[in-house]
Design a protein around this ligand. Structure first.
Ligand code: SF4
Length: 333
């Protein structure tokens, strides 16, 4: 038996012209995915990218794997069907805030509660890019766009809290241009057995430029971003002297040395703590990135395919025509 050939980033690239706008954050996400896949050791022919509609959904064209650019909001549904029939495949869903949280909101939450072993990456740029700049389900209140000239009055979805509420077994957040962190999150998502949800903050320089500048700017990010690490205290800041404390069930941002606060007061991150993950999901400053929550629970394809196997063992292979005919069919002479 010959050893599998080690793949490189180049093996996952295609000759197709990449048609995102210059400077779009999608380029960085694509490059990081192509860098990560060789480390996962999965053959290209066993890797599938499934997308819906939107700028991000062009992703499968640019991956030298199997891929399926499907219909608006329905990528989770098609991915579930594929995973049920071919559980050995590595299935990645690529979607955006418009695709997954508006028309596809229903499909997203049902994917997460069912928990098939797939990865879903939500590129969140807080705008509709492909249709040229309307407010999306994650646009902040008051945002002026072509479809909200006086500022949107819609309260935005919080993707982290929404997916935790839907029963997701793995919820994480990363940033398009944070290469190492994003690659780590992609690996963690892949390593989790169950539906993994990763929100990726993604800049759209054409219609919502700078939405995440504070999170990516070298001058500010240390004081803005909280890196969640399991088992470690939630400290951040240039001096690592700011932190998060739990007081009466709410999160409190504190500075070490002020008002008698010491490191022992700082909350330790626990990826298995759902209530804590929900609180962290609601935190706007600092902005938490990393794995908010992870739990092992039964996987959809195991349960459903297990039932099929059990039924076949008891009753033998089914007969589709007999099933269609049912018990009460008749012939009209
Ligand atoms: Fe990227 Fe925005 Fe252009 Fe879409 S419209 S390709 S999200 S920069």
């Amino acid at each position: 038996m010959t050893a599998p050939v080690a793949l490189t980033k180049k093996d996952f690239e295609t000759a197709n012209d990449v048609r995102w706008c210059p400077g779009c954050g999608d380029y960085a996400i694509l490059a990081n995915m192509q860098r990560t896949l060789p480390d996962l050791g999965i053959p290209r022919e066993q890797t599938v990218f499934i997308s819906g509609i939107g700028c991000s959904s062009r992703f499968p064209y640019y991956m030298n794997t199997y891929g399926f650019h499907t219909i608006h909001g329905r990528a989770p549904t098609i991915a579930t069907g594929l995973k049920l029939s071919r559980p050995e495949l590595s299935v990645w869903i690529i979607t955006g805030d418009g695709d997954a949280l508006s028309i596809g909101g229903n499909h997203l939450i049902h994917l997460l509660r069912r928990n098939p072993n797939v990865q879903l990456l939500l590129f969140n740029n807080r705008i509709y890019g492909l249709t040229k700049g309307q407010f999306s389900p994650t646009s902040e209140i008051g945002k002026k766009t072509k479809s909200s000239p006086m500022g949107t009055v819609d309260a935005p979805f919080n993707p982290i809290q929404l997916t935790l509420g839907a029963g997701a077994s793995f919820v994480a957040r990363s940033v398009d241009i944070e290469a190492k962190h994003l690659q780590d999150m992609l690996k963690r998502a892949h390593g989790h057995r169950g539906a993994s949800f990763v929100e990726i903050l993604q800049n759209c320089p054409i219609f919502n430029d700078g939405a995440f500048d504070a999170v990516t700017d070298k001058a500010t990010k240390a004081d803005i971003v909280l890196q969640l690490e399991h088992g470690k205290p939630m400290l951040y800041g240039k001096e690592r002297n700011k932190g998060i404390r739990l007081v009466n069930g709410t999160l409190d941002v504190v500075t070490l040395g002020e008002n008698g606060v010491t490191e022992t007061d700082i909350l330790v991150h626990d990826e298995a703590n759902l209530s804590q993950a929900f609180l962290l999901g609601g935190l706007h400053l600092p902005v938490p990135v990393g794995v908010f929550y992870r739990v092992e629970r039964p996987v959809y394809e195991d349960l459903l395919n297990g039932q099929v196997a059990e039924a076949k063992e008891k009753k033998g292979d089914g007969d589709l025509q007999q099933l269609v005919n049912g018990a009460s069919t008749w012939t009209v002479p």
